[in-house]
Write a protein that binds this ligand. Structure first.
Ligand SMILES: [Zn+2]
Length: 139
């Protein structure tokens, strides 16, 4: 692993441990720091999610059809929107690189913001890495 990362010419201050996830959706290399990355969720819904949406919608429509009548048929769209929103939030949570702070979703929308996020990441890392000035802080 050490030879592999040296061959890729990775910056020395970047943590070279690879963060592994359980059942990764896909593997890739961070475009900024070149470290190997894995994310556990895709941005799109899987066929299993559509099956779950169908089942949850069916139950909700059957339970509420007596009171709501035809308005109960709006449940599948509400459940679908909920699943889409949850999937996108989980994907966005996974995307920022733990090594360098690069967020590909922000880079796609706003390059300046993505650059600011990377800068904030390194500033935070620098601040947390500094040793305390005194061993017993004054209260
Ligand atoms: Zn990175």
């Amino acid at each position: 692993m050490k030879k592999k990362t040296e061959a890729l010419n990775i910056h020395p201050s970047i943590d070279k441990r690879v963060y592994r996830v359980k059942n990764p959706a896909f593997d890739f290399f961070c475009p900024l720091c070149r470290m190997e990355r894995q994310v556990s969720y895709r941005s799109r819904l899987s066929p299993m999610n559509y099956l779950q949406i169908g089942m949850v919608s069916f139950v909700l429509v059957t339970l509420t059809f007596a009171q709501m009548e035809a308005y109960a048929l709006v449940w599948p769209f509400i459940v679908w929107a909920g699943f889409e929103g949850a999937r996108r939030l989980l994907f966005k949570r996974d995307v920022p690189c733990p090594h360098c702070g690069f967020d590909a979703t922000w880079y796609k929308r706003d390059v300046k913001m993505a650059r600011q996020l990377v800068s904030n990441f390194w500033q935070n890392k620098k601040n947390t890495a500094e040793p305390p000035k005194t061993s017993h802080p004054i209260r």
